[in-house]
Design a binder for this molecule. Structure first.
Ligand code: NAD
Length: 475
Protein backbone atom coordinates (compact mmCIF):
# COMPACT_ATOMS: atom_id res chain seq x y z
CA UNK A 1 0.00 0.00 0.00
CA UNK A 2 1.28 3.44 -0.94
CA UNK A 3 0.79 5.98 1.85
CA UNK A 4 2.72 9.02 0.58
CA UNK A 5 1.63 11.83 -1.72
CA UNK A 6 2.30 11.31 -5.43
CA UNK A 7 3.57 14.55 -6.98
CA UNK A 8 5.51 14.96 -10.21
CA UNK A 9 6.09 11.23 -10.49
CA UNK A 10 7.63 10.87 -7.02
CA UNK A 11 6.39 9.66 -3.63
CA UNK A 12 6.80 12.14 -0.81
CA UNK A 13 5.52 13.01 2.66
CA UNK A 14 3.18 15.94 3.17
CA UNK A 15 4.91 19.24 3.83
CA UNK A 16 3.39 19.61 7.30
CA UNK A 17 4.22 16.05 8.40
CA UNK A 18 0.56 15.36 9.31
CA UNK A 19 -1.18 12.11 8.43
CA UNK A 20 -4.72 10.90 7.80
CA UNK A 21 -5.83 7.83 9.77
CA UNK A 22 -7.69 5.56 7.35
CA UNK A 23 -10.35 3.37 9.02
CA UNK A 24 -11.77 0.00 8.08
CA UNK A 25 -15.52 0.69 8.43
CA UNK A 26 -16.13 -3.00 9.14
CA UNK A 27 -14.14 -2.78 12.37
CA UNK A 28 -13.72 0.92 13.09
CA UNK A 29 -9.97 0.31 13.37
CA UNK A 30 -7.17 2.29 11.71
CA UNK A 31 -5.57 0.39 8.84
CA UNK A 32 -3.11 2.99 7.53
CA UNK A 33 -1.72 6.46 8.09
CA UNK A 34 -1.56 8.39 4.85
CA UNK A 35 0.40 11.60 4.31
CA UNK A 36 -1.81 14.67 4.44
CA UNK A 37 -1.03 17.27 1.79
CA UNK A 38 -0.73 20.95 2.65
CA UNK A 39 -1.75 23.89 0.46
CA UNK A 40 1.94 24.09 -0.57
CA UNK A 41 1.77 20.45 -1.71
CA UNK A 42 -1.30 21.30 -3.78
CA UNK A 43 0.60 24.19 -5.36
CA UNK A 44 3.57 21.92 -6.11
CA UNK A 45 1.22 19.42 -7.76
CA UNK A 46 -0.29 22.11 -10.01
CA UNK A 47 3.24 23.32 -10.87
CA UNK A 48 4.18 19.78 -11.91
CA UNK A 49 0.98 19.35 -13.91
CA UNK A 50 1.46 22.67 -15.70
CA UNK A 51 5.05 21.76 -16.61
CA UNK A 52 4.13 18.31 -17.97
CA UNK A 53 0.91 19.12 -19.84
CA UNK A 54 2.12 20.88 -23.03
CA UNK A 55 4.33 17.98 -24.16
CA UNK A 56 1.55 15.48 -23.41
CA UNK A 57 -0.94 17.54 -25.44
CA UNK A 58 1.46 17.61 -28.41
CA UNK A 59 1.76 13.82 -28.51
CA UNK A 60 -0.23 11.97 -31.14
CA UNK A 61 -3.61 10.95 -29.76
CA UNK A 62 -2.74 7.35 -30.59
CA UNK A 63 0.12 7.41 -28.04
CA UNK A 64 -2.14 8.71 -25.29
CA UNK A 65 -4.73 6.14 -26.29
CA UNK A 66 -2.27 3.23 -26.06
CA UNK A 67 -1.23 4.29 -22.55
CA UNK A 68 -4.86 4.41 -21.44
CA UNK A 69 -5.45 0.99 -22.92
CA UNK A 70 -2.43 -0.39 -21.09
CA UNK A 71 -3.84 1.19 -17.90
CA UNK A 72 -7.07 -0.73 -18.51
CA UNK A 73 -5.11 -3.96 -18.90
CA UNK A 74 -3.08 -3.34 -15.75
CA UNK A 75 -6.15 -2.49 -13.70
CA UNK A 76 -7.67 -5.83 -14.64
CA UNK A 77 -4.39 -7.63 -13.96
CA UNK A 78 -4.14 -6.05 -10.50
CA UNK A 79 -7.85 -6.31 -9.70
CA UNK A 80 -7.44 -8.67 -6.72
CA UNK A 81 -5.03 -6.33 -4.94
CA UNK A 82 -7.13 -3.27 -5.74
CA UNK A 83 -10.36 -4.95 -4.60
CA UNK A 84 -8.75 -5.80 -1.26
CA UNK A 85 -7.80 -2.15 -0.76
CA UNK A 86 -11.26 -0.83 -1.76
CA UNK A 87 -12.97 -3.25 0.63
CA UNK A 88 -10.55 -2.44 3.44
CA UNK A 89 -11.00 1.33 3.36
CA UNK A 90 -14.51 1.71 1.91
CA UNK A 91 -16.19 -1.41 3.26
CA UNK A 92 -18.10 -2.72 0.23
CA UNK A 93 -18.19 -6.53 -0.18
CA UNK A 94 -15.30 -7.91 -2.24
CA UNK A 95 -17.57 -8.94 -5.11
CA UNK A 96 -18.87 -5.37 -5.32
CA UNK A 97 -15.33 -4.02 -5.19
CA UNK A 98 -14.56 -6.24 -8.19
CA UNK A 99 -17.66 -4.84 -9.90
CA UNK A 100 -16.44 -1.30 -9.25
CA UNK A 101 -13.05 -2.20 -10.73
CA UNK A 102 -14.67 -3.55 -13.92
CA UNK A 103 -16.57 -0.27 -14.21
CA UNK A 104 -13.52 1.86 -13.34
CA UNK A 105 -11.28 0.03 -15.81
CA UNK A 106 -13.83 0.38 -18.60
CA UNK A 107 -13.48 4.17 -18.41
CA UNK A 108 -9.80 3.72 -19.24
CA UNK A 109 -10.61 1.53 -22.27
CA UNK A 110 -13.59 3.60 -23.41
CA UNK A 111 -11.57 6.81 -23.32
CA UNK A 112 -8.62 5.12 -25.04
CA UNK A 113 -11.11 4.67 -27.87
CA UNK A 114 -12.66 8.14 -27.59
CA UNK A 115 -9.33 9.97 -27.44
CA UNK A 116 -8.49 9.15 -31.07
CA UNK A 117 -11.88 10.39 -32.24
CA UNK A 118 -11.99 13.96 -30.90
CA UNK A 119 -13.26 15.78 -33.93
CA UNK A 120 -13.95 19.34 -35.01
CA UNK A 121 -16.05 20.93 -37.75
CA UNK A 122 -15.60 22.86 -40.95
CA UNK A 123 -18.37 25.16 -42.15
CA UNK A 124 -18.90 28.28 -44.20
CA UNK A 125 -20.45 31.43 -42.77
CA UNK A 126 -23.93 32.16 -44.21
CA UNK A 127 -22.59 35.28 -45.93
CA UNK A 128 -19.94 33.20 -47.67
CA UNK A 129 -17.26 35.55 -46.33
CA UNK A 130 -15.14 32.88 -44.63
CA UNK A 131 -14.77 29.29 -43.61
CA UNK A 132 -14.99 28.39 -39.90
CA UNK A 133 -12.70 25.66 -38.57
CA UNK A 134 -13.76 24.45 -35.11
CA UNK A 135 -11.37 22.37 -33.01
CA UNK A 136 -11.22 21.07 -29.43
CA UNK A 137 -7.86 21.53 -27.70
CA UNK A 138 -7.34 20.26 -24.12
CA UNK A 139 -8.27 22.57 -21.25
CA UNK A 140 -4.85 22.30 -19.52
CA UNK A 141 -4.55 21.57 -15.80
CA UNK A 142 -7.64 20.02 -14.18
CA UNK A 143 -8.13 19.88 -10.39
CA UNK A 144 -10.32 16.93 -9.37
CA UNK A 145 -12.09 16.34 -6.05
CA UNK A 146 -13.67 12.91 -5.59
CA UNK A 147 -15.87 11.08 -3.02
CA UNK A 148 -15.37 7.89 -1.00
CA UNK A 149 -18.29 5.80 -2.27
CA UNK A 150 -16.61 4.73 -5.56
CA UNK A 151 -12.96 5.39 -4.71
CA UNK A 152 -11.68 3.92 -8.00
CA UNK A 153 -14.40 4.62 -10.55
CA UNK A 154 -14.95 8.27 -9.61
CA UNK A 155 -11.26 8.82 -10.36
CA UNK A 156 -10.99 6.96 -13.68
CA UNK A 157 -14.27 8.51 -14.89
CA UNK A 158 -12.47 11.87 -14.77
CA UNK A 159 -8.79 11.02 -15.26
CA UNK A 160 -9.25 8.82 -18.33
CA UNK A 161 -11.03 11.41 -20.50
CA UNK A 162 -8.83 14.21 -19.13
CA UNK A 163 -5.61 12.40 -20.07
CA UNK A 164 -7.08 11.17 -23.34
CA UNK A 165 -7.83 14.74 -24.38
CA UNK A 166 -4.30 15.90 -23.48
CA UNK A 167 -4.73 17.40 -20.00
CA UNK A 168 -2.79 17.05 -16.73
CA UNK A 169 -4.53 16.30 -13.43
CA UNK A 170 -4.27 17.05 -9.70
CA UNK A 171 -6.51 14.78 -7.64
CA UNK A 172 -7.78 15.17 -4.10
CA UNK A 173 -9.44 11.88 -3.15
CA UNK A 174 -11.77 11.70 -0.15
CA UNK A 175 -9.87 11.47 3.14
CA UNK A 176 -11.75 8.22 3.87
CA UNK A 177 -10.36 6.44 0.77
CA UNK A 178 -6.91 7.74 -0.24
CA UNK A 179 -5.29 4.28 -0.58
CA UNK A 180 -7.27 3.39 -3.72
CA UNK A 181 -6.33 6.70 -5.34
CA UNK A 182 -2.63 6.20 -4.59
CA UNK A 183 -2.81 2.63 -5.97
CA UNK A 184 -4.28 4.03 -9.20
CA UNK A 185 -1.53 6.66 -9.45
CA UNK A 186 1.09 3.92 -9.33
CA UNK A 187 -0.82 1.79 -11.83
CA UNK A 188 -1.12 4.65 -14.33
CA UNK A 189 2.59 5.39 -13.97
CA UNK A 190 3.45 1.74 -14.60
CA UNK A 191 1.25 1.89 -17.70
CA UNK A 192 3.38 4.72 -19.08
CA UNK A 193 1.72 7.96 -17.93
CA UNK A 194 4.65 10.42 -17.70
CA UNK A 195 5.53 12.22 -14.43
CA UNK A 196 3.45 15.26 -13.55
CA UNK A 197 0.30 14.28 -15.42
CA UNK A 198 -1.39 12.49 -12.54
CA UNK A 199 -0.76 13.92 -9.09
CA UNK A 200 -2.60 12.51 -6.06
CA UNK A 201 -2.60 14.67 -2.94
CA UNK A 202 -4.91 13.49 -0.15
CA UNK A 203 -5.45 15.96 2.66
CA UNK A 204 -6.96 16.55 6.07
CA UNK A 205 -7.43 20.22 5.22
CA UNK A 206 -9.68 20.24 2.14
CA UNK A 207 -10.60 23.93 2.34
CA UNK A 208 -7.10 25.47 2.28
CA UNK A 209 -5.93 22.72 -0.12
CA UNK A 210 -8.70 23.60 -2.56
CA UNK A 211 -8.09 27.34 -2.30
CA UNK A 212 -4.43 26.80 -3.18
CA UNK A 213 -5.17 24.41 -6.04
CA UNK A 214 -7.80 26.53 -7.76
CA UNK A 215 -6.04 29.77 -6.89
CA UNK A 216 -3.00 28.66 -8.88
CA UNK A 217 -2.90 30.62 -12.15
CA UNK A 218 -2.17 27.45 -14.18
CA UNK A 219 -5.39 25.70 -13.09
CA UNK A 220 -8.01 25.91 -15.84
CA UNK A 221 -10.73 23.50 -14.75
CA UNK A 222 -12.32 22.04 -11.64
CA UNK A 223 -14.10 18.68 -11.76
CA UNK A 224 -16.03 17.54 -8.69
CA UNK A 225 -18.00 14.51 -7.58
CA UNK A 226 -19.64 14.59 -4.17
CA UNK A 227 -22.54 16.10 -2.30
CA UNK A 228 -24.58 19.00 -3.64
CA UNK A 229 -23.81 21.16 -0.59
CA UNK A 230 -20.04 20.86 -0.99
CA UNK A 231 -20.17 21.05 -4.79
CA UNK A 232 -22.20 24.25 -4.64
CA UNK A 233 -19.72 25.85 -2.21
CA UNK A 234 -16.68 24.83 -4.27
CA UNK A 235 -18.36 25.98 -7.48
CA UNK A 236 -18.86 29.41 -5.89
CA UNK A 237 -15.17 29.55 -5.00
CA UNK A 238 -14.01 28.41 -8.44
CA UNK A 239 -16.23 31.06 -10.02
CA UNK A 240 -13.78 33.65 -8.67
CA UNK A 241 -11.35 32.40 -11.29
CA UNK A 242 -14.06 31.63 -13.89
CA UNK A 243 -12.87 28.02 -14.07
CA UNK A 244 -14.52 25.60 -16.43
CA UNK A 245 -16.23 23.05 -14.22
CA UNK A 246 -18.14 19.80 -14.13
CA UNK A 247 -20.17 18.78 -11.10
CA UNK A 248 -21.52 15.30 -10.36
CA UNK A 249 -23.63 15.84 -7.25
CA UNK A 250 -26.15 14.19 -4.99
CA UNK A 251 -29.30 12.36 -6.02
CA UNK A 252 -32.71 11.45 -4.61
CA UNK A 253 -33.81 8.78 -7.05
CA UNK A 254 -37.49 7.80 -7.19
CA UNK A 255 -38.27 4.14 -7.95
CA UNK A 256 -41.73 3.99 -9.52
CA UNK A 257 -43.61 0.69 -9.71
CA UNK A 258 -46.62 0.98 -12.03
CA UNK A 259 -49.82 -1.05 -11.68
CA UNK A 260 -48.87 -3.35 -14.58
CA UNK A 261 -45.31 -4.02 -13.35
CA UNK A 262 -43.88 -7.52 -13.16
CA UNK A 263 -43.53 -7.40 -9.36
CA UNK A 264 -40.88 -10.10 -9.17
CA UNK A 265 -38.71 -8.19 -11.67
CA UNK A 266 -39.40 -4.91 -9.87
CA UNK A 267 -38.23 -6.38 -6.55
CA UNK A 268 -35.09 -7.80 -8.19
CA UNK A 269 -34.39 -4.35 -9.69
CA UNK A 270 -35.15 -2.65 -6.38
CA UNK A 271 -32.60 -4.84 -4.60
CA UNK A 272 -29.91 -3.72 -7.04
CA UNK A 273 -30.95 -0.06 -7.10
CA UNK A 274 -31.25 0.10 -3.31
CA UNK A 275 -28.60 -2.25 -1.97
CA UNK A 276 -25.63 -1.85 -4.32
CA UNK A 277 -22.74 -0.62 -2.15
CA UNK A 278 -25.00 -0.76 0.91
CA UNK A 279 -27.24 1.96 -0.50
CA UNK A 280 -24.34 4.38 -0.76
CA UNK A 281 -24.55 5.32 -4.44
CA UNK A 282 -25.63 8.66 -5.84
CA UNK A 283 -28.15 6.80 -8.03
CA UNK A 284 -29.46 4.65 -5.16
CA UNK A 285 -33.24 4.24 -5.15
CA UNK A 286 -34.12 6.65 -2.36
CA UNK A 287 -37.94 6.79 -2.52
CA UNK A 288 -40.24 3.97 -3.64
CA UNK A 289 -43.54 5.06 -5.21
CA UNK A 290 -45.65 1.92 -5.68
CA UNK A 291 -49.12 1.71 -7.24
CA UNK A 292 -51.70 0.61 -4.69
CA UNK A 293 -52.71 -2.39 -6.82
CA UNK A 294 -49.28 -3.99 -6.29
CA UNK A 295 -48.10 -2.24 -3.13
CA UNK A 296 -48.74 -5.07 -0.64
CA UNK A 297 -47.14 -7.71 -2.86
CA UNK A 298 -44.14 -5.48 -3.64
CA UNK A 299 -43.65 -4.56 0.04
CA UNK A 300 -43.87 -8.18 1.25
CA UNK A 301 -41.49 -9.48 -1.39
CA UNK A 302 -39.01 -6.64 -0.90
CA UNK A 303 -39.05 -7.16 2.88
CA UNK A 304 -38.44 -10.90 2.40
CA UNK A 305 -35.45 -10.20 0.13
CA UNK A 306 -34.05 -7.49 2.39
CA UNK A 307 -34.29 -9.60 5.54
CA UNK A 308 -32.42 -12.44 3.77
CA UNK A 309 -29.41 -10.24 2.97
CA UNK A 310 -26.33 -11.25 4.94
CA UNK A 311 -24.88 -8.28 6.85
CA UNK A 312 -21.16 -8.41 7.52
CA UNK A 313 -17.63 -7.33 6.72
CA UNK A 314 -16.88 -7.11 3.01
CA UNK A 315 -14.22 -9.81 3.26
CA UNK A 316 -16.65 -12.40 4.67
CA UNK A 317 -18.13 -14.82 2.12
CA UNK A 318 -21.77 -14.35 1.06
CA UNK A 319 -22.09 -10.85 2.48
CA UNK A 320 -24.63 -8.66 0.64
CA UNK A 321 -24.68 -5.67 2.96
CA UNK A 322 -21.38 -4.25 4.16
CA UNK A 323 -20.84 -1.42 6.63
CA UNK A 324 -21.78 2.18 5.94
CA UNK A 325 -18.90 4.63 5.89
CA UNK A 326 -18.91 5.90 9.49
CA UNK A 327 -20.45 5.78 12.95
CA UNK A 328 -22.07 9.14 12.13
CA UNK A 329 -23.80 7.55 9.12
CA UNK A 330 -25.24 4.80 11.37
CA UNK A 331 -26.58 7.42 13.79
CA UNK A 332 -28.06 9.49 10.97
CA UNK A 333 -29.87 6.47 9.50
CA UNK A 334 -31.19 5.47 12.90
CA UNK A 335 -32.52 8.95 13.67
CA UNK A 336 -34.14 9.17 10.22
CA UNK A 337 -35.93 5.84 10.64
CA UNK A 338 -37.11 6.74 14.15
CA UNK A 339 -38.47 10.08 12.93
CA UNK A 340 -40.38 8.33 10.12
CA UNK A 341 -41.91 5.91 12.60
CA UNK A 342 -42.83 8.77 14.94
CA UNK A 343 -44.75 10.37 12.09
CA UNK A 344 -46.79 7.24 11.39
CA UNK A 345 -44.75 4.98 9.07
CA UNK A 346 -44.19 1.31 9.91
CA UNK A 347 -40.94 -0.66 9.91
CA UNK A 348 -41.56 -3.90 8.00
CA UNK A 349 -38.05 -5.25 8.45
CA UNK A 350 -34.80 -3.97 9.98
CA UNK A 351 -34.81 -0.44 11.38
CA UNK A 352 -31.81 -0.50 13.71
CA UNK A 353 -28.02 -0.52 13.78
CA UNK A 354 -26.78 -4.10 13.42
CA UNK A 355 -25.38 -5.47 16.67
CA UNK A 356 -21.75 -6.02 15.74
CA UNK A 357 -18.59 -3.92 15.88
CA UNK A 358 -18.02 -1.52 12.99
CA UNK A 359 -20.54 0.71 11.24
CA UNK A 360 -23.50 -1.49 10.27
CA UNK A 361 -27.20 -0.83 9.75
CA UNK A 362 -29.83 -3.49 9.11
CA UNK A 363 -31.44 -3.70 5.65
CA UNK A 364 -34.69 -1.84 6.29
CA UNK A 365 -38.09 -1.49 4.63
CA UNK A 366 -40.53 1.18 5.85
CA UNK A 367 -44.15 1.15 4.61
CA UNK A 368 -47.02 3.58 5.01
CA UNK A 369 -44.88 6.63 4.28
CA UNK A 370 -46.83 9.76 3.28
CA UNK A 371 -45.83 11.54 0.06
CA UNK A 372 -44.66 14.66 1.93
CA UNK A 373 -42.70 12.81 4.64
CA UNK A 374 -39.32 14.14 5.73
CA UNK A 375 -37.56 10.82 5.10
CA UNK A 376 -38.06 11.40 1.35
CA UNK A 377 -36.33 14.79 1.35
CA UNK A 378 -32.62 13.92 1.38
CA UNK A 379 -30.24 11.18 0.37
CA UNK A 380 -30.55 8.25 2.79
CA UNK A 381 -27.17 6.83 1.69
CA UNK A 382 -27.77 3.53 3.45
CA UNK A 383 -29.81 0.29 3.25
CA UNK A 384 -33.20 1.88 3.98
CA UNK A 385 -36.20 1.69 1.60
CA UNK A 386 -39.24 3.94 2.33
CA UNK A 387 -42.41 3.00 0.40
CA UNK A 388 -45.19 5.43 -0.59
CA UNK A 389 -48.43 4.23 -2.29
CA UNK A 390 -50.00 6.04 -5.22
CA UNK A 391 -53.26 5.68 -7.15
CA UNK A 392 -52.64 7.95 -10.11
CA UNK A 393 -49.50 7.90 -12.30
CA UNK A 394 -49.61 11.71 -12.50
CA UNK A 395 -49.19 11.90 -8.71
CA UNK A 396 -46.17 9.60 -8.85
CA UNK A 397 -44.56 11.82 -11.51
CA UNK A 398 -45.34 15.01 -9.58
CA UNK A 399 -43.95 13.58 -6.32
CA UNK A 400 -40.87 12.23 -8.11
CA UNK A 401 -40.18 15.70 -9.51
CA UNK A 402 -40.84 17.56 -6.25
CA UNK A 403 -37.16 17.86 -5.34
CA UNK A 404 -34.20 20.01 -6.29
CA UNK A 405 -32.30 16.82 -7.20
CA UNK A 406 -32.45 15.40 -10.71
CA UNK A 407 -29.91 12.63 -11.08
CA UNK A 408 -31.61 9.27 -11.68
CA UNK A 409 -34.98 7.51 -11.59
CA UNK A 410 -36.30 3.98 -12.05
CA UNK A 411 -39.60 2.87 -13.58
CA UNK A 412 -41.06 -0.64 -13.63
CA UNK A 413 -44.07 -1.37 -15.84
CA UNK A 414 -44.82 -3.75 -18.70
CA UNK A 415 -46.40 -1.23 -21.07
CA UNK A 416 -43.31 0.24 -22.70
CA UNK A 417 -45.09 3.26 -24.20
CA UNK A 418 -46.45 4.21 -20.78
CA UNK A 419 -43.02 3.71 -19.21
CA UNK A 420 -41.30 5.85 -21.85
CA UNK A 421 -43.93 8.53 -21.51
CA UNK A 422 -43.25 8.73 -17.76
CA UNK A 423 -39.48 8.63 -18.36
CA UNK A 424 -39.79 11.74 -20.53
CA UNK A 425 -41.72 13.57 -17.82
CA UNK A 426 -39.14 12.95 -15.08
CA UNK A 427 -36.68 15.79 -14.44
CA UNK A 428 -33.60 13.57 -14.23
CA UNK A 429 -30.53 12.90 -16.34
CA UNK A 430 -30.80 9.09 -16.24
CA UNK A 431 -33.70 6.64 -16.17
CA UNK A 432 -33.64 2.89 -15.61
CA UNK A 433 -36.73 1.49 -17.38
CA UNK A 434 -37.29 -2.06 -16.13
CA UNK A 435 -33.66 -1.99 -14.99
CA UNK A 436 -32.21 -1.44 -11.52
CA UNK A 437 -28.83 -0.39 -12.86
CA UNK A 438 -28.15 2.07 -15.66
CA UNK A 439 -24.48 3.13 -15.44
CA UNK A 440 -22.14 2.31 -18.30
CA UNK A 441 -19.02 4.09 -19.59
CA UNK A 442 -20.65 4.37 -23.01
CA UNK A 443 -23.58 6.39 -21.62
CA UNK A 444 -23.49 10.08 -20.54
CA UNK A 445 -23.73 9.91 -16.74
CA UNK A 446 -24.96 13.04 -14.99
CA UNK A 447 -27.83 14.97 -13.51
CA UNK A 448 -30.25 17.82 -14.07
CA UNK A 449 -31.26 20.49 -11.53
CA UNK A 450 -28.97 20.57 -8.47
CA UNK A 451 -27.59 17.10 -9.22
CA UNK A 452 -24.90 18.51 -11.43
CA UNK A 453 -23.46 20.13 -14.51
CA UNK A 454 -21.87 18.23 -17.38
CA UNK A 455 -21.68 14.54 -18.19
CA UNK A 456 -19.11 11.79 -17.60
CA UNK A 457 -18.78 8.93 -20.10
CA UNK A 458 -20.54 8.50 -23.42
CA UNK A 459 -19.45 10.48 -26.44
CA UNK A 460 -19.95 13.64 -24.35
CA UNK A 461 -17.51 12.87 -21.53
CA UNK A 462 -14.21 13.62 -23.23
CA UNK A 463 -15.42 16.96 -24.60
CA UNK A 464 -15.97 18.21 -21.03
CA UNK A 465 -12.16 18.26 -20.77
CA UNK A 466 -11.73 20.19 -24.02
CA UNK A 467 -11.98 23.84 -25.00
CA UNK A 468 -13.59 25.01 -28.24
CA UNK A 469 -11.67 27.21 -30.63
CA UNK A 470 -12.51 28.39 -34.12
CA UNK A 471 -10.41 29.89 -36.83
CA UNK A 472 -12.14 32.03 -39.42
CA UNK A 473 -10.15 31.56 -42.62
CA UNK A 474 -10.18 32.66 -46.20
CA UNK A 475 -8.73 30.66 -49.03
P1 NAD B 1 -18.69 15.18 0.07
O1 NAD B 1 -19.32 16.26 -0.71
O2 NAD B 1 -18.73 15.25 1.55
O3 NAD B 1 -17.14 15.06 -0.31
C1 NAD B 1 -16.73 14.96 -1.66
C2 NAD B 1 -15.30 15.44 -1.76
O4 NAD B 1 -15.26 16.83 -1.43
C3 NAD B 1 -14.34 14.73 -0.81
O5 NAD B 1 -13.09 14.57 -1.45
C4 NAD B 1 -14.21 15.73 0.33
O6 NAD B 1 -13.00 15.61 1.03
C5 NAD B 1 -14.25 17.03 -0.45
N1 NAD B 1 -14.56 18.20 0.36
C6 NAD B 1 -15.44 18.30 1.38
N2 NAD B 1 -15.42 19.57 1.86
C7 NAD B 1 -14.52 20.26 1.13
C8 NAD B 1 -14.06 21.61 1.14
N3 NAD B 1 -14.51 22.50 2.01
N4 NAD B 1 -13.11 21.97 0.24
C9 NAD B 1 -12.64 21.08 -0.65
N5 NAD B 1 -13.04 19.78 -0.72
C10 NAD B 1 -13.98 19.38 0.15
O7 NAD B 1 -19.31 13.81 -0.47
P2 NAD B 1 -18.99 12.33 0.00
O8 NAD B 1 -19.63 12.13 1.33
O9 NAD B 1 -17.55 12.03 -0.16
O10 NAD B 1 -19.76 11.49 -1.11
C11 NAD B 1 -21.12 11.25 -1.09
C12 NAD B 1 -21.87 12.24 -1.96
O11 NAD B 1 -21.35 12.18 -3.28
C13 NAD B 1 -23.33 11.93 -2.09
O12 NAD B 1 -24.06 13.12 -2.05
C14 NAD B 1 -23.44 11.28 -3.47
O13 NAD B 1 -24.69 11.36 -4.06
C15 NAD B 1 -22.42 12.05 -4.21
N6 NAD B 1 -21.97 11.32 -5.40
C16 NAD B 1 -22.37 11.77 -6.62
C17 NAD B 1 -22.01 11.07 -7.76
C18 NAD B 1 -22.45 11.51 -9.12
O14 NAD B 1 -21.90 11.02 -10.10
N7 NAD B 1 -23.43 12.40 -9.24
C19 NAD B 1 -21.20 9.93 -7.64
C20 NAD B 1 -20.79 9.52 -6.38
C21 NAD B 1 -21.18 10.23 -5.25
Amino acid sequence: MRTQLFVDGTWRDGGGGATIGVLDPATGETIADVASGTPEDATAAVDAAAAAQPEWARRPARERSEILRESWRLMNERADALAAIITAEQGKPLAEARGEIDYAAEFLRWNAEESVRISGRLSSTPSGASRVLVSHPPVGVVVMVTPWNFPAAMITRKVAPALGAGNATVIKPAAETPLTALFIAELLTDAGVPPGLVNVVPTNEPGPWFDAAIGHPATRMFSFTGSTAVGRALQAKSAQRVLKSTLELGGNAPFIVLADADVEAAVAGAMVAKMRHTGQTCVAANRFYVHRAVADEFTDRLATEMSAVVVGAGVEPGVGCGPVISAAAVDRLHRTVEAAVASGAKVVTGGSPASRPGFFFEPTVIAGVESGAEILDGELFGPVAPIVCFDDDDDAVAWANATEMGLAAYIYGQDLARGLNIAERLQVGMVGLNRGFMSDPSAPFGGMKQSGLGREGGAEGIYEFCETRFVAADW
